[in-house]
Design a protein around this ligand. Structure first.
Ligand SMILES: Nc1ncnc2c1ncn2[C@@H]1O[C@H](COP(=O)(O)OP(=O)(O)OP(=O)(O)O)[C@@H](O)[C@H]1O
Ligand SMILES: [Mg+2]
Length: 581
């Protein structure tokens, strides 16, 4: 059990420790301040004896002047040291958290698409915001506060031993007894904390879904249903938080009761010694003050265990993601694909997401300058097929090659650099229209951006906005109509000007007239490029060199449009059906 804990600490949390170590000079200064805080606390307890014995009992005039000044100086030093310590330690904590967040975000961004489909957005957000904050609790309050408390305990222990070593020895016997229940509560806190954070992650994902999908909630009159679901979730969170509160709050009273026993004993035994004349009242009160002042840092140390347990649980969830291995891997020395016309080839490609085959035995060669249209029923696997080209997913079997090189041998960045995509759902970011069009192409000039927008028939409607191309989009471009969003996505792909072009239902949301116009721009763009077009509206692919009909993941027909019309197969049937409509 201990071994696993140690192994984990070494293996997983050593990265956190490494991050903490980067701040070693700050830590050294903070430690110096901590020593001062500890020493001054001890000094306060120490001063009780001269105050009582010299001022009150002996009525020493000199001491009456000196001691108050000493007390003020001690508190001044203590205050300054507290501030320095707190500032530096929080600096270290915040700094570690920033780096941890950055690393987490960088890792999440690099994970394959399949990961994002599996994990809910809200849960991932919860990892980056909530869990990281909990780790901060561990680093800046726990780990660092612990050192200060330890110093304080050491200095106070010194004082009480100096004042009365026999009594101090008795008092120390109680400590381990007090710590055992605290250890047990810590274990429980860690367990409950995991449940609690999972619950919060779940809540976040629920909020994300129902806020971004609020239109559907309203359209289907599901407000009350969602409210009820939310109440249920907050109820489970409430319950779990309360069991955490129980575990956390029980550790204090348990210690307090044990502490009370100890103090009762000290009063009885110490009082006895003062009355019998073996000790002075000053010694007794100085000792007593030391013990009482010990209580606070010891209590904090006990809570520290709770913080560490919570932090470790959160760190585990964070490292689960940081250490998640992407299944889309790059070779050690990948081939860098240079720009130019490319031939894309699928050889015996099979693909599945989970159990069922989505694509079966795909053999396809698309030369540069060729326009391939993929048609077929919804769910037939068209989007899945084109997703394999930029390696959003890897083929389960078979190979896909560009210019004869297996795409798994290419550097992923250089591969994706060759491809411009208009995806089936238009995805835009909450940024200006200008930046959305120039996405991935930061060097584009204003003129390039205008040209791309003009070709995609986006220029006019954008210029109608008061701020034109500097208008920012609401979340997910919700201020734009479906067709407007599509046109911005097309402009973005046009600006990328890549040799391989993938258009997945790129113009499906446009009216017939705009579609015809955008189509012309696209046709111009397709010249000399390797193009994959997916379209349900068959009239829009009349210009394709070759049509591939995909049914249940298999290519059932292939040929030029007029040939396919003559053979009167699947394509013919699709055309007939649309024509009848
Ligand atoms: N991320 C995914 N995980 C699991 N299954 C998926 C995923 N994406 C798609 N599928 C499944 O793969 C099959 C093919 O989907 P795909 O999106 O490729 O079809 P499509 O031909 O593009 O359909 P449409 O014309 O409706 O866009 C469908 O049955 C779909 O449910
Ligand atoms: Mg699709």
């Amino acid at each position: 059990m201990k071994k696993i804990f140690k192994f984990k600490l070494m293996d997983r949390h050593k990265r956190i420790l490494a991050l903490i170590k980067e701040n070693k000079f700050r830590l050294l200064f903070a430690m110096a301040f901590m020593l001062l805080v500890g020493a001054s606390t001890g000094a306060v307890a120490f001063m009780i004896k001269p105050i009582l014995d010299d001022i009150f009992f002996n009525q020493d005039q000199r001491m009456l002047k000196l001691i108050p000044i000493a007390v003020i100086i001690i508190y001044l030093i203590r205050g300054a040291a507290e501030y320095g310590h707190s500032y530096l330690m929080n600096y270290v904590g915040q700094n570690v958290i920033k780096k941890l967040r950055d690393e987490l975000y960088a890792n999440i961004s690099d994970l394959p698409l399949s990961f994002f489909y599996r994990e809910k957005t809200g849960r991932l957000m919860s990892r980056v915001t909530n869990d990281v904050s909990i780790v901060k609790g561990m680093v800046s309050t726990a780990v660092t506060g612990a050192l200060r408390d330890c110093f304080t305990i050491v200095s106070l222990t010194f004082v009480i031993f100096y004042r009365d070593w026999q009594l101090a020895s008795y008092a120390l016997v109680i400590l381990p007894v007090a710590f055992y229940p605290v250890y047990l509560f810590g274990q429980r806190v860690r367990k409950v904390s995991t449940g609690c954070q999972e619950c919060i992650a779940d809540l976040n994902s629920f909020l994300h879904e129902t806020f971004s999908g609020n239109k559907i909630v309203k359209a289907f009159g599901m407000e009350n249903y969602e409210k009820k679901r939310f109440y249920d979730k907050t109820q489970s969170l409430f319950k779990i938080e309360m069991s955490q509160v129980v575990a956390k709050s029980l550790s204090s009273p348990v210690m307090e009761i044990l502490g009370g026993l100890g103090i009762g004993f000290i009063v009885w035994y110490g009082g006895h010694r003062v009355i019998s004349g073996t000790s002075t009242a000053g010694t007794f009160f100085s000792f007593m003050a030391g013990v009482l002042m010990l209580y606070e840092p010891v209590k904090k140390l006990a809570k520290l265990n709770n913080n560490i347990q919570e932090g470790m649980a959160a760190a585990d969830r964070i490292f689960d993601i940081i250490e998640y291995e992407s299944d889309i891997k790059e070779e050690k020395n990948p081939v860098h694909m240079t720009r130019g016309p490319h031939t894309v080839r699928f050889e015996n490609v099979y693909f599945r997401y989970e159990d069922d085959w989505i694509l079966r035995d795909i053999n396809l060669r698309v030369n540069s300058g060729e326009i391939i249209a993929l048609v077929g029923m919804s769910g037939g696997g068209k989007t899945s097929l084109v997703n394999l080209i930029p390696r959003f997913y890897d083929a389960t079997e078979g190979t896909i090659s560009i210019d004869g090189i297996d795409i798994r041998k290419l550097s992923i960045a250089s591969l994706r650099d060759q491809i411009a995509i208009v995806t089936q759902e238009p995805i835009l970011f909450n940024d200006t229209i200008r930046n959305n069009i120039a996405y991935g192409n930061r060097n584009a000039t204003g003129k390039d951006i205008f040209q791309a927008a003009k070709a995609a028939y986006a220029y006019d409607f954008v210029m109608n906005f008061p701020k034109g191309f500097d208008t920012t989009l609401g979340e997910l471009g919700s201020r734009l109509s479906g067709g407007e969003k599509q046109r911005i996505c097309i402009a973005r792909a046009l600006l990328k000007d890549a040799p391989v072009l993938i258009l997945d239902e790129a113009t499906s949301a446009l009216d017939t007239e705009s579609e015809m116009l955008v189509q012309k721009a696209l046709e111009n763009l397709m010249k000399g490029r390797t193009t994959f077009v997916i379209a349900h509206r068959l009239s829009t692919i009349a210009y394709a060199n070759r049509i591939i009909v995909l049914v249940n993941g298999k290519i059932v027909e292939e040929g030029q449009p007029h040939e396919l019309m003559q053979t009167q197969g699947e394509y013919y049937k699709l055309v007939q059906m649309q024509f009848k409509k």
